[in-house]
Design a protein around this ligand. Structure first.
Ligand code: CTP
Length: 413
């Protein structure tokens, strides 16, 4: 995308100290996908929520955290203000908005904002009472009157536990507001649907497995396969070649996906291990049975004739662990964890135990992220830490999982 003297539009992302600071990472990625060049400055408090290393890695540039010691310039506020086509403040705290309204410049972010002659977009996030406080509302009115563009916060469950106005607007809304002001008449969604996975081969496991007791009876679980199928559909839409190893489900095969139907954990193991050798990444979303009957009957068991008062079970082979064991350095393996307690601790233990690159942990005790739901609330767990997300439609969770898989692959290569 061009339009600014033939170069990419430049956005300075100013990150302030609120719990929503982690969302600024996603805003940065959305703007990059839309073709913008992004640099970052942060307040001291923002660094307590997200380290500058994250923003440095994402923006591929040093992050300005102070008016002193910035690697790219001895006067970072002037250099960054002149460099920017637009400054985007995410999340904007009540404090920073008050400083902006009063012209206070006492750190890197507020000094740069005072020096900026380009359009400024502010995305506030805070507690509902702080938001409704007349001081905050007066500051907002002042900023609006001066032409600052405000991306109004949403109403919902706030990080502090209260319900009300003050929740950061969605990543798409914020990125779209910036693009609109930059004169880029394209939608964020459009850019998220790029061919960024072209040439990538991904094996995805999905659904439950059925473990035979006899030819007509089996042990199963409540998985519907919706998550794995959503990932397969999204991956194909972004240009990937997808082999979907599916347990028994009632779902239609997404167009463009090569589907291999299996029934048991043993069959899923064979099909997945074989497909993985020619793949770049595996995403194990299936709810594979951990146990299978040791001696399935080859005929239908008849009550009265044969007593069935117990079934001897044996452990199945762990597909995810096996893929991790044989994983080449240029391959990535992603697993899922369905937990009811200690989500992050259990998912981190699973990550280490199985040797996966990423575990997508979901709290299946919640109605909005349990088996069969059309939404999921996931936390992405890697060796670098845990990244919680709000409840999202499965298609958006698929986007998150694929973005993370792509980033892990890019980091490898
Ligand atoms: N998995 C697998 N093969 C198995 C069992 C699980 O590939 N035989 C994969 C699942 O697809 C998922 C991850 O491993 O990606 C999580 O499996 P889970 O059974 O929840 O984890 P466990 O390590 O078995 O731990 P626990 O049952 O105690 O939660």
């Amino acid at each position: 995308m061009t339009g600014h003297e033939g170069r990419e539009p430049r956005v300075l992302l100013a990150v302030c100290g609120g719990i929503a600071a982690y969302k600024a990472c996603e805003v940065l990625r959305a703007l990059q996908k839309a073709g913008c060049e992004v640099r970052v400055c942060m307040t001291e408090d923002a660094r307590r929520f997200v380290g500058e290393t994250t923003f440095e890695a994402l923006s591929k540039h040093p992050v300005a955290t102070s008016l002193y010691g910035y690697a790219e310039s001895p006067i970072p506020h002037i250099t960054l203000a002149e460099w920017s086509d637009l400054v985007l403040v995410v999340p904007a705290t009540a404090n920073v908005m008050a400083k902006m309204a009063s012209g206070i410049a006492d750190d890197c972010v507020t000094t740069t904002l005072l020096a900026a002659a380009c359009p400024v977009v502010v995305a506030p996030a805070m507690n509902v009472h702080m938001w409704q406080n007349p001081a905050t509302q007066a500051n907002l009115a002042t900023l609006r009157a001066r032409g600052v563009h405000i991306v109004d916060p949403a109403t919902g469950l706030l990080a502090c536990g209260e319900v009300g106005e003050g929740k950061l607007a969605s990543v798409d809304q914020i990125a779209q507001a910036a693009l609109d002001l930059l004169g880029c008449h394209n939608s964020v969604r459009h850019f998220c649907d790029t061919n960024d996975l072209a040439g990538m081969r991904i094996v995805i496991t999905a659904g439950p497995t059925h473990e035979a007791i006899d030819p007509v009876r089996y042990i199963a679980n409540a998985s519907t396969g919706k998550m794995g199928y959503a990932i397969a559909a999204a991956a194909v839409a972004r240009g990937a070649e997808v082999e979907l190893v599916s347990g028994p489900t009632s779902l239609a095969t997404p167009p463009g996906v090569r589907r291999v139907d299996v029934t048991s954990a043993a069959q899923m193991y064979d099909a997945t291990v074989q497909a993985f050798s020619a793949a770049d990444a595996a995403i194990c979303a299936a709810a594979v049975a951990d146990y299978t009957p040791a001696h399935p009957a080859d005929h239908k068991l008849k009550k009265g004739r044969e007593e069935l008062d117990s079934i001897q079970l044996v452990r199945t082979k762990d597909i995810l662990a096996e893929l991790c064991r044989t994983c080449r350095t240029d391959q990535v393996v992603v697993g899922f964890a369905a937990e009811t307690d200690d989500l992050v601790a259990n998912a981190t233990a699973k990550l280490m135990r199985k040797g996966a690159d990423l575990i997508v942990a979901n709290d299946v005790s919640r109605a909005d992220s349990t088996f069969g739901s059309d939404t999921d609330r996931v936390t992405l767990v890697t060796a670098d830490g845990a990244e919680p997300h709000e409840t999202l439609p499965l298609a958006d969770v698929a986007t998150l999982v694929l973005d993370a898989t792509r980033d892990l692959l890019e980091a490898r290569r």
